[in-house]
Design a protein around this ligand. Sequence first.
Ligand code: 0PR
Length: 383
Amino acid sequence: MEERGLSEEEVLSLLEEKKRKDLKYERIFSSMCSYPHKIAVKAHMKFLEANLGDSGIFAGTKEMEDECIEMIARLFHAENAHGYISTGGTESNIQAIRAFRNLKRKEWRGSPKEGEKMNIVVPASAHFSFDKIADILDIEVRKADLDDELRVDLSDVEALIDRNTIGLVGIAGTTEFGQIDPIRELGDIALRNDIFLHVDAAFGGFVIPFLEKKYDFDFAVEGVSSLAADPHKMLTATIPAGCILFRERRFLESLAVETPYLTTKTQFSLTGTRSGAAVAATFSLLKFLGREGMRRIVRECMRLTEMLVERCKTFGVHPVIEPVMNVVALNVPHAEGVSEALKRRGWITSVTREPKALRLVIMPHITESILSEFLEDLKAVLA
Ligand code: 0PR
């Protein structure tokens, strides 16, 4: 920071210069975020100063958060709504597992034995936020194998459960392949073992309810204890907007800390100061789009996903699994090299870990003409 500040024009021109270095979403197939919807931007701008870390001051913003939680809970077939708008999938996942730990700690007292750790069993396809969880919560994260369709292998999940297991994780929309784990079966395993089940639907939460094909993945499944779904992904809210929901109040209560000098006496969230603007954006989208609007957005993303796959098949490229949602992993030889070559043509794609494949996420910023242009380049790169 210099002694004397710059003029507004100088600052704005600095911003322009930095903005030019950022890529535009129109060339990006690797991201699960997109341009925020214009109503989300308007709502965000109206609530820039709102801090839900001290929600007694912002009663209207708090009301919007409560209504978001109710609307999202209903979407996911929860009888009651217990949760809050978080900063995204990472915070939601941390908080779910933290609640499991806190509740089991109370229930088990003294366990696990000296020198042993509590553990959770997650699919090998789990997002890297679970590696952060292992570190922060000092919990062992056991990774279960996947089957041929890249869903978690149920017999491996059962084999990894022992007396120190506090919960399971199922993913509804895996980051790399967009696959949905068998949540109903995981729920049965959780109930039989008297442990919790968290569903990571950070991406899939705002896709799966709007697909033509129906899946059991939410609170309609008896064994599901908590669910994460991110408005800042497919709902196209402004960043940061995640949502964590719990089946019962006691999970949220287990996260409470006292905040004696604030307008509210307890706080459940991981962060202190938190964005009311992103809550306003989420609220406005849920109201404005309705289920019908979301169905339309998801239908278009799926139409383009199917078009992409069909066109690729005409030049001998096939997906690793038939796409379940708008995430496609294409079996191409030397995926890393292909991704690099596409980058030289201005396209950002990513490469999955196992099996190696070229990964594309068909977000709402991808149009048919962008896709056609991309397919021409992909064909050229592969030739
Ligand atoms: N769970 C799942 C299934 C996810 O896919 C992600 C993020 C998370 C949790 C964590 O969510 P937050 O990043 O909101 O904490 N998946 C994307 C990923 O890591 C996020 C992303 C978005 C990455 C945009 C890149 C990007 O440009 O790949």
